[in-house]
Design a protein around this ligand. Sequence first.
Ligand SMILES: Cc1cc2nc3c(=O)[nH]c(=O)nc-3n(C[C@H](O)[C@H](O)[C@H](O)COP(=O)(O)O)c2cc1C
Length: 244
Amino acid sequence: MMEWTDRHCRTFLRLISVRAFLYTEMVTADAVLHGDRLRVLGFNAAEHPVGLQLGGSDPARLAEAARIGADWGYDEINLNIGCPSDRVQSGCFGACLMAEPALVADCIRAMSDAVRVPVTVKCRIGIDDQDTEESLDRFVDTVADAGSKMFIVHARKAWLDGLSPKENRDVPPLDYDRVHRLKTRRSDLAIVINGGLTSLPNAAPHLVHVDGVMLGRAAYADPYLMADVDRTLYGEAEPPLSRL
Ligand SMILES: Cc1cc2nc3c(=O)[nH]c(=O)nc-3n(C[C@H](O)[C@H](O)[C@H](O)COP(=O)(O)O)c2cc1C
């Protein structure tokens, strides 16, 4: 999460859970290509497993950024197709790409050809007036064919016109069943559900339907909830980390 899950935040969370998979803030492909690499990509080895999330829509630049990220040691490269901010729309990336599955497929193909680590996607169930049944299926089918075998799905639409980024994280209704149906139809893909999960007891029941759960704001607001992740979600025998 931008300006939240920097390397210090992630290192702190790793102290609390050994197994949780962590992600960077979104960084644009151009920031990777032209920015201060140590500042943009640097992380602590203790953070593994950790994925680098990229933003962009140019296949060649994303492929090069992915290659650089993989060389820096990231365990996964994730492409952001969920962020609705104006800044991101003007660069034509983030959630507006839900309407451009063929372009996203080109990006994923180029990125997958450039790295050995998994290339994955984080998306919404739809944008604006898209029909979330038909358009999400078409998006996922097209992009999976290009090489992404895992989709993290924020279970609400993004309204690109009229709602602020913050409102887009709360106002459009959550539709968890839509994400569950995606997994039923594409059982060959790893589907991770995200959005509005406030605790582990609240998140864990989704694992009957999907392969993973992603907690954003809850994990940031109450990092200690991560203390029981290894036992509850990964079946480790270890008792939850003591708060003391
Ligand atoms: C401050 C902030 C920054 C965020 N930045 C990103 C980001 O960089 N990439 C991304 O995919 N999602 C980002 N998100 C969205 C979250 O990853 C998540 O999809 C959303 O908050 C819903 O999940 P939650 O209810 O568990 O927080 C951000 C959310 C917040 C609150």
